[in-house]
Design a protein around this ligand. Structure first.
Ligand SMILES: *[C@@H]1O[C@H](CO)[C@@H](O)[C@H](O)[C@H]1NC(C)=O
Ligand SMILES: *[C@@H]1O[C@H](CO)[C@@H](O)[C@H](O)[C@H]1NC(C)=O
Ligand SMILES: *[C@@H]1O[C@H](CO)[C@@H](O)[C@H](O)[C@H]1NC(C)=O
Ligand SMILES: *[C@@H]1O[C@H](CO)[C@@H](O)[C@H](O)[C@H]1NC(C)=O
Ligand SMILES: *[C@@H]1O[C@H](CO)[C@@H](O)[C@H](O)[C@H]1NC(C)=O
Length: 471
């Protein structure tokens, strides 16, 4: 009896352990999710090893040792993540039976250009169309070994909205790559950060006319690519960490009426933002210019513009400004049109100069933005002139302190002491010289007449002007 039950049980267990349970025996299967994160999988489960008795919408297979991705069986999967594996190869039509696939993450693998072919993304057959993965909107190919894209790569993914290609060794975007990207009519977000690019091909952004967000962080660009002129709807530009030296009126050559957020931080070579550099960016709301350790000057006219037919200056409607951790000594009050509308302002980590030209920062700016810079107040310090070093701007504000001017000869007030000593030395030298001259005069004919009143009279004459000056 016991034996019989035991055998029965064994039979049940054996039938249960068919192919179809491989995935759920190795991973967490719950709800509509299969979580195979970090299960030491070296082989991609084949089609018959996926569960057939659950509706699966979310599959995560991150952090395994997968090398070769094979075809998935029919599933209702919306999100599939294969990030942080060692994937080199993906079979053609691998995702054919995942018609609802919306997001595919293949980042952090070893995929090369040679292995990335259009067949991989082939979708269900449609009589008069390419075979599209109609619902695929997000494709992540970051951190692979891709240096170019085949021109037909996206033939089966015409509806991509977000494409990340960052941290791949592109170096340049060749014509096949440009062609591939230009087939993505509905692309909205393109991440090309850390791809070793020195420039963008001129017409790269002409066809994908809905691009809203472009990430060019961490490239080798010494100037803002002229290709940005051809964007149609760009709203957010990440351009930090590029070796730009100067931003000037030729940086953004044509008006970008939709650009509202700009990132130009972490630029070790940037020294100067000159007049008109961002005048064409008339809709800017957020500007992040931080951690540019050599940036010592932002022109008062960096943002403002003056249209030919208008008298008055125009400023973009900036509400968030980060100028933290640069090498700025001063900020000009005309840099923004309205400081009082700011919702965010970072002034930290700059060597502020506390002289009369910067008085407005202490007396006007700080009281205006006090609420939003509250937690910076302790760290905003004067670093020049010498006798002001270490004084807190906030403390000067509270004490209604009037800072001195550096004089026109470029002498700093702290040098007044040296000047006084210089004058004293001059005076001390002048006395014996004058005495010698007087003695010489006295020995001459004119002199003897002049001094005939005797030594007492002489000394009275000599000292009396000084005496009266002292009263
Ligand atoms: C998947 O499992 C890993 C570890 O087993 C866990 O850290 C992660 O949060 C899980 N992810 C999901 C989406 O459940
Ligand atoms: C799938 O894997 C199982 C177990 O490794 C194997 O028995 C089966 O033959 C494989 N099927 C295919 C179609 O490769
Ligand atoms: C998958 O898409 C089909 C139509 O393409 C739809 O009928 C079905 O409900 C979708 N499944 C899920 C889980 O969204
Ligand atoms: C842009 O790229 C940087 C670096 O790869 C990343 O930190 C940032 O999140 C990206 N931004 C967007 C919107 O993709
Ligand atoms: C940028 O500065 C680094 C050193 O900080 C230097 O090695 C590099 O050559 C500079 N790049 C350019 C384009 O000037």
């Amino acid at each position: 009896m016991g034996l019989w039950t035991g055998l029965q049980l064994l039979l049940v267990v054996c039938t249960a352990l068919t192919d179809a349970d491989f995935v759920c025996n190795h991973c967490d299967c719950y709800g509509t999710t299969i979580n195979c994160t970090a299960r030491n999988l070296e082989h991609h489960p084949n089609a018959s090893e996926w569960p057939t008795d659950m509706v699966v919408t979310y599959v995560v297979m991150d952090n395994n040792g997968l090398v070769h991705v094979t075809q998935y069986p029919p599933m209702a999967v919306l999100h599939l993540s294969l990030s942080h594996n060692r994937i080199v190869r993906i079979d053609g039509e691998a995702f054919l039976h995942l018609p609802n696939l919306t997001e595919l993450d293949l980042s952090h693998n070893e995929i090369t250009s040679d292995n990335l072919i259009a067949d991989v993304f082939k979708g269900t057959y449609a009589p008069d169309e390419y075979k599209p993965l109609t619902n695929l909107h997000i494709l992540k190919l970051s951190y692979n070994a891709i240096h170019m894209l085949r021109s037909d790569l996206f033939d089966h993914t015409p509806n991509l909205k977000i494409l990340t290609l960052d941290s791949n060794p592109f170096k340049v975007l060749d014509s096949a790559t440009v062609m591939a990207l230009s087939t993505l009519t509905y692309l909205e977000v393109l991440d090309l950060s850390y791809t070793q690019l020195m420039d963008l091909p001129e017409y790269l952004l002409h066809t994908p006319k809905y691009i809203r967000v472009l990430n060019l962080t961490g490239n080798l660009m010494t100037r803002v690519p002229a290709a940005l002129q051809h964007t149609h709807a760009l709203e957010v530009l990440y351009f930090s960490d590029n070796p730009v030296i100067v931003l000037d009126h030729s940086s953004f050559q044509s008006e970008m009426p939709y650009l509202r957020e700009l990132h130009i931080s972490n630029m070790p070579n940037l020294t100067f933002i000159s007049s008109g550099a961002m005048s064409k960016l008339v809709s800017l709301q957020e500007v992040y210019i931080g951690h540019n350790h050599h940036l010592s000057d932002i022109s008062p006219d960096a943002f403002s513009s003056r249209k030919d037919n208008e008298e008055s200056e125009q400023w973009p409607p900036i509400v968030k400004l980060d100028v933290g951790h640069n090498n700025l000594g001063a900020l000009d009050r005309h840099l923004l049109g309205h400081w009082d509308v700011l919702q965010y302002l970072n002034l930290e980590g700059n060597p502020w100069v506390c002289d009369c030209e910067n008085q407005w920062m202490v007396s006007t700016l700080l009281p205006t933005v006090e609420k939003i810079v509250q937690d910076q107040l302790d760290s905003l310090e004067c670093s020049q002139p010498d006798q002001m070093r270490g004084r807190k701007l906030h403390e000067l504000e509270v004490r209604d302190y009037h800072m001195r001017c550096m004089d026109t000869a470029g002498n700093h007030p702290e040098k007044d002491g040296k000047l006084l000593i210089g004058m004293l030395v001059g005076v001390l030298l002048a006395i014996p010289v004058t005495l010698i001259l007087l003695l010489l005069l006295r020995n001459s004919r004119f002199g003897s007449r002049f001094f005939s009143r005797g030594p007492a009279a002489y000394s009275r004459t000599f000292y009396s002007p000084t005496d009266s000056a002292e009263h």
